[in-house]
Structures are given as C-alpha cells and as structure tokens.
Design a protein around this ligand. Structure first.
Ligand code: DGL
Length: 289
C-alpha cells in the first residue's frame, strides 16, 4: 500500500499558511466505469484532491468503435473537464490514450495530461519464463502507440496479445458475477493458459474490477499486472509542476469527487457505491458534451 501524498504548501508562490495543502483539481475520464479503478488509486494517493470523473458510458465501448469516434469523444470530454476547472487531465482509458492522447496534448499544451498504457515494462520485469500475455481492447492492440511500445520493450520476448471484445461492455453492466461475464473471462484466458504465460497484463482499466475472476481462471501461479497505482504515482509527479494549484489552510472539508455520466445515472450511482470506498456526487453529463 502506497502512502498518500500531501503536496507541500511550499510549492505555491508566496508565503503559505502553515498546515496548508494543495488541493489540485484533477479531471479524469474513461469510456465508462473502468476508469474508476484509476480514480480509486488516485484517491488513495491524493486524498485532498478535488476530482471530476466523466464516464462516457453512453458512447462505450471505445475499444470496439472507430478511432474517429474515440478521438471526437475524448476531445469533447477533455474540453468539458478543462472548462470545469481541471488543472490536470488523467485519461483513465488505455484505448483513449492510444488513440487520442497525442491530439489532446497538442490541443492543451499548457496542461499536464497523463495517460495509461498496458504495463508491458513491469510485466517484463516480473516474468520468469519470458512468456507474457496482454489482455486489452482491439483498438488498443491495433494502435500505433501500442505497436511502438511492443517494438521498444518487448523485442525478442514472447508476448501473446489477447483482444477481449465484449468484456468491457459486460463489466459496464455492473454484474460482476454474471455467468456470461465469467464465460467471456474463461474464453479470453484460455489461449493464455495454453501458451503457458506466467504474467498477464490487464491492458484495459475495466478489467481490474474482475481481477479475482481473471486470476482464478489463469491459476494462482500467474502474475497479474495492473497499472492503476503507477498511473496515480505518475500523476502526483506531474502535479508538482502545477503552480496554479489552490491551497487551503487548516482543517479541510472533505474533498469533492464528482462523477458524471453520458449513460445511466442510477447505474453509475450503484456501481460507485459498491466499487469505491469514498463518497461521490453522481450526475448526468450536461447535454452537448
Ligand atoms: N476502459 C477502456 C480501456 O482501458 C476501454 C473499454 C472500452 O470502452 O472498450 O481501454
């Protein structure tokens, strides 16, 4: 378990009140509820941060849509989060990072933008037999960004790429013990088991919510790699450069975590209450976003 980060007041210009902490405003988005796995890790690292999360469940799954669709949605959501005061943007979606991170960084050069990518590097450090599996969406696996990651880090290694169509959509429905969901996990893990991989990367932020079922299907000896904590730690380092972060002194009111969705608000409320261990305000994404 990582210690939570309280950013030092000394990072703000001018004299800061003692006991002040910086309360950065972080915008986070995903195609749906998967990015809540990253939000959970961010919250553990940055308990004082104000966070605004957009679940684009009305336009999911990104992994089975065109790059154009993912790019358009990512641009619109990023604009909304920055308009609402986000200082830093976390793209809590491997697919949107692969397709849209470069375009978003070009469009908002003044804001740190943190993306997620399948954890190939940690998996290569962990594997004992040199055989690794990557479970991800089709869009992530076919992206140039992922191909470059493979070329740079995995040359000469045996990496089995397993696209998991339908898995993120099944997790979106929120019934994690649904036999149809478990059947998909069985189907997508079977080739990995047969190939004898000893390490499997969860290359989609939805999959950590069924990590136990994936682990059970793969067998206890297989190591499962998820990058949510690494992304949260990286976000902390990027925040050190945000000079405009607000400070507050003295006892802090609880930080606000706002969740908005382009899908079903009641479903997101139910999922957030079950999957997160902190309170959230859930609302509909405004029309036009
Ligand atoms: N959670 C997303 C990812 O990390 C994608 C899920 C989807 O919408 O296909 O890739």
């Amino acid at each position: 378990m990582q210690a939570a980060a309280r950013l030092p007041a000394a990072m703000t210009p001018g004299p800061a009140p003692t006991s002040a902490v910086i309360r950065p405003r972080i915008g986070v988005f995903d195609s749906g509820v998967g990015g809540l796995s990253v939000l959970r890790a961010l919250r553990a690292q940055l308990p004082d941060a104000q966070m605004h999360y957009v679940a684009d469940s009305g336009h999911a799954p990104y992994g089975e849509r065109s790059d154009r669709h993912v790019l358009t949605r990512s641009r619109r959501i990023a604009a909304h989060l920055f308009d609402q005061g986000a200082q830093v943007l976390v793209i809590a979606c491997n697919t949107a990072t692969a397709v849209a991170a470069a375009a978003l960084r070009d469009a908002w050069p003044g804001h740190p933008i943190v993306g997620v990518e399948p954890g190939l590097k940690p998996a290569l450090a962990l594997t004992r037999n040199g055989r690794i599996g990557v479970m991800a969406t089709s869009a992530t696996l076919r992206s140039d960004k992922f191909r470059r990651l493979l070329d740079t880090h995995a040359r000469g290694h045996s990496v089995l790429l397993q696209a998991c169509p339908g898995l993120a959509a099944a997790i979106e429905r929120g019934q994690l013990d649904d036999p149809r969901l478990l059947a998909l996990i069985d189907r997508f893990t079977r080739p990995l088991r047969e190939a004898g991989v000893d390490t499997v990367v969860l290359g989609c932020t939805h999959y950590p919510f069924v990590r136990d079922a994936i682990q059970a299907a793969l067998g206890r000896e297989v190591q499962v790699v998820d990058t949510a904590d690494a992304v949260a730690r990286h976000t902390v380092t990027r925040l050190l450069g945000v000079a405009a972060a607000r400070t507050e002194a003295g006892p802090l009111a609880p930080s606000r975590i706002v969740l908005q969705t382009s899908g079903d608000v009641t479903l997101l409320q139910r999922i957030a209450a079950r999957w997160l261990d902190f309170p959230t305000d859930v609302a509909a994404l405004p029309p036009g976003v």
